[in-house]
Write a new protein. Sequence first.
Length: 79
Amino acid sequence: MKKHSEDVWFGSRKTDWKLLSNFAATPFELEGRRWLTVEHFFQAAKALDPAEAEWVANAASPAKAKEFGRQVKLREGWD
């Protein structure tokens, strides 16, 4: 795929747009708790079991949250 000057690559760690990645260290508050990254929230939201969601939410990094999110039982209709 050819890149154009107007392309925005959200997942890149090397661009001015890395702040828009789910992995960006941009903590926020939602649903009564503080989330370290959007990836933590997204992966925890997939979990059917609240204990699994908490496990994902407390992951040490967004990469770990993604890894843990692949191991949870998915809530109905997630896929």
